[in-house]
Design a binder for this molecule. Sequence first.
Ligand SMILES: [Zn+2]
Length: 618
Amino acid sequence: MPTRKPKRPGATRASPPTRSSAPLPPTRQMTIVAQDPGVRRHDGGILMAQVAVPAEDLIAGPTGYRVQVVDYDATERRFHGSHSLPAGEEDEPPAWAKGSDRIKDDFRFHAQNVYALVMRTLARFEFALGRRLSWSFPSHQLKIAPHGMVDANAFYSPGDEGLVFGYFAGQAGKPVYTSLSHDIVVHEATHALLDCLRERYMYASGPDQAAFHEGFADVVALLSVFSLPEVVEHLLQPRPSARGGAALISREAVTVEALSSSALFGLADQMGEEMEGVRGAPLRQSAGLPARKDILETREFQEAHRRGEVFVAGVLNAFIAAWAIRIRKLGTDDQKAYPIDAVVEEGADIAATLATLWIRALDYMPPVHLEFGDALSAALTADAELRPDDSRFELRAHLLREFARYGITPASNNGSGIWTPPPEGLRYDRVRFDSMRSDKDEVFRFIWDNRDKLRLREGAFTQVISVRPCTRVGPDGFVVRETVAEYYQVARLTPAELKSRNVVAPPDYLATLAASRQPRNGAGAGDDTQTPPDPTDDGDDVTPLYGGAVLIFDEYGRLKHWVHKDVFGERQTERLAYLWNEGFLVADGGAARFRPARFSTIHLRRAVDAHRRPAEGW
Ligand SMILES: [Zn+2]
């Protein structure tokens, strides 16, 4: 464990011993690798970037209020020590901002890189959602191992309360560190953040839910990279030798096709070749995905990562489409060239806006059984609430159009795709608005008082799992205050009860379930160390079904949105068949359970897949 060192050089600069009335700055700048060490400036140096992160007084580790870097290598069983980061950007070694190759082996820099990227991602989520986020585990600090194992892989592990980044021998025999890849670090941090908002998404549901975890992590990661003006400019800027450092970019270079080729494929081409195995080149695959309305029905796109690429493709194509139109608006109809600075600014701005839009959407997604159409409706609704005027980027129209090209339509089919208002005639007379902003029992009372209208199902256990007040700030300081509450419904049904609810379970699953039942009589008799009964064990051949909803209340305590999944809904039959066929539904000891998705395993599978795929020729 890192220990506090009272006399660390530089530490006093960030926490002056004398009391000053001047407010401390809320953020500070840190140098990071813009994408990965494979992305080089024209002069050969690694492309670096400066990013704002929440300011805090770090102790060695670095350890701050939300993140603790633990530089322990589990493969080599070696602790690389606690790193003391420079107190300010001006104290950073010159090699960092210069992008010298030395940073590739500078573990202190690696520690700063992961710390800065995770904190920047956390801050981005907290800004978008308008509240503080807690990790999905009891600790306040997420542990990050920047050199955690010898493996071409990285993963989020809720059990270990942290992110583990691997390293491996590259083509020249030199180690390649996944902790130096911007998109890999943000991808893993996003898994952790999504898990603290929607814990059931880690469990298997239909094919879309696991695909969403992956696709969403890629979307936030790639938009995080594209929101850096350094990256956008690097990808667009013609080489000085060709254009003499021109400050203009030609009309032909900013069409949808040209931007897609320079920004999306350009970045994919420059990303370290050696890293391709780790990330499975999601950017290249998504950017090149043919638009086919039946793509999600094909066998190939049932696998979570491949399916996730379809989601990524929809978002990235919307990004490029919006950007190309904005650039057009920078000049007149017959404009031959555009100022590069303005083009870069628009691109970075659209990427940041789109990332915020998708993060905000999480609050408007159902707590269980997410499908892509739900995610799209959630995004359209959340964005319309806070950014009603979309005339500048027209992101909602672009998203609708681009998703439709892949056969994804909003779950709310009222034309706009926005969630429809909740049922009319809800009762509020017995609940207290003040308490509803924070109290689960009060929210449950509201649900209970309206149980018919909110279709609370008898025979299912209901629990309010979160109540979160938030204050969201839109562009131009527009403020929306909301309270977001989630509840689950869980029913554990015997085969006869499933039948009575019109839920059909696969016959071979039911046979396996019956055969797995253990004799109970006499178990534990004469035993003085009895374990308490498992509360999930109903002592019969039971299968759990999940449902639930998210409730969005306005600042006066009125329900604005109700996004609901019926615990006995018609989709449960299809889901059980999928879960059983894919091996996610396990019959054990007379009861069924769902295997949680294990992201390290699917990432590993992805690495293996990626090595196999180059033969496909993209
Ligand atoms: Zn992942």
